[in-house]
Design a protein around this ligand. Structure first.
Ligand code: ZN
Ligand code: ZN
Ligand code: ZN
Ligand code: ZN
Length: 392
């Protein structure tokens, strides 16, 4: 009897342990379980959702903005947090994807975003590790902070040319991201925007970008070369730190500061092609982080063209241009008139028009003067007119 009681107690204990430990470990490892998502509900003032748990499809419809949720780590977050959603269709009419909306949706593989959406909020797809591709419509103007952070499967992303800012951490740790084209509408690349994109082999920074944030491309281990366009004036701290495959860097001549350790732990970096002169390079704050590489600074080499031809009376312009874009001009002196009699051979100027002598006049005065000149000829005076032509 005592033995049986002990057995029952043991079984009870195991059952209690199973009941407590399982949800406990579940909480620690996985957060709120998938069953938390209802079949339908609200996710904005005029935005609702329906969810089919058998297919994992979530459809969001309505008009206006989705709710901006808070982090699920600091309170009750989005209803979609850590759900088993496999695909999302956002219907036309919805204008934003709210902050933290789909955080931790690790089964999410596809999403359709309509072109009524203008903003993708902060941390929207944080940790959506199955999301391999996304088409951002060209209505979207901003990609929020951490929007695609830890989307480790994301390989392809097309950023449309409507986007003007890429938030910090936007693509942080997108480990499979192989290439990204940043459109020339983007002016700032936020801090840590592409940090730890280990497969990112190529990236084009357009010449609309003026600043590259701290750690923006830190630990992009596949990046072999990078061109920083002439529009960029500052490169953030640790911007390219740990880019271990980086061999060459082209830096435009507008850069005035390079942040601390911007190119630290870039052991392969041997060549820096700088668009400015050696003197300009020496004036850049923080350039010492590149002393391990050979700096190929620029020496201007100009070719000249006549951009405005000189005329009889106006100076022309000769423009000297270097391949770097640097240019200066030089004046070409006016040619002066080339007279045949009182008329210029090259333009419509006639000296006679400016001459006060009556010999150029027509009508009665001209007739009288011609008679006077006839007598002058006899007395050998007035051989030359005031304008320089011969009177006879
Ligand atoms: Zn030049
Ligand atoms: Zn002339
Ligand atoms: Zn005259
Ligand atoms: Zn004259």
């Amino acid at each position: 009897m005592k033995h049986t009681a002990k057995k029952i107690l043991c079984t009870l204990l195991v059952m209690v342990m199973c009941l407590t430990v399982a949800p406990l470990s579940g909480f620690v490892d996985f957060g709120i379980t998938a069953s938390a998502l209802a079949d339908s509900g609200s996710c904005g003032e005029n935005v609702t959702y329906t969810y089919d748990s058998s297919t994992g499809e979530l459809v969001i419809s309505g008009t206006g903005a989705m709710t901006n949720y808070i982090s699920p780590y600091s309170g009750p977050g989005s209803p979609f947090y850590y759900s088993d959603i496999k695909s999302i269709v956002i219907e036309d009419g919805v204008t934003s994807i709210g902050n933290w909306a789909f955080v931790n949706c690790r089964s999410l593989a596809s999403i359709i975003i309509p072109d009524s959406v203008t903003s993708i909020g902060n941390f929207v797809f944080l940790d959506c590790r199955s999301l391999a591709s996304i088409i951002i419509p060209d209505s979207v103007t901003s990609i929020g902070v951490g929007a695609f952070e830890y989307c480790t499967s994301l390989e392809n992303v097309t950023i449309p040319d409507s986007v003007t800012s890429i938030g910090g951490y936007a693509f942080d740790c997108c480990e499979n991201l192989a290439s990204v084209t940043i459109p020339d509408s983007v002016t700032t690349i936020g801090d840590s925007a592409f940090r730890c994109c280990e497969n990112l082999a190529s990236v084009t920074i357009p010449d609309s970008v003026t600043s590259i944030g701290d750690e923006a491309f830190c630990c992009c281990e596949s990046l072999q070369s990078i061109t920083i366009p002439d529009s960029v004036t500052s490169i953030g701290d640790e911007a390219f730190r740990g880019c271990t495959s980086l061999e060459s860097v082209t830096i435009g001549d507008s850069v005035t500061s390079i942040g601390d350790d911007a190119f630290r732990h870039c052991a392969s970096l041997t060549d820096v092609y700088y668009g400015g002169t050696e003197e300009q390079w020496n004036s850049i704050v923080g350039n010492e982080c590149l002393t391990g590489a050979t700096i190929h600074s620029h020496t201007h080499s100009y070719t000249s063209t006549v951009t405005k031809a000189a005329s009889c009376t106006e100076a022309g312009v000769r423009t000297y241009t270097c391949s770097c874009g640097d240019s200066y001009t030089e004046a070409i002196p006016a040619t002066g008139h080339d007279f045949d009699g009182t008329k210029c051979k090259n333009c419509s100027y006639d000296k006679a028009d400016d001459c006060s002598c009556n010999c150029h006049k027509s009508g009665f005065m001209g007739f009288i003067w011609k008679i006077i000149l006839f007598f002058n000829k006899l007395f050998k005076t007035n051989k030359t007119c005031a304008c320089g032509i011969a009177h006879y």
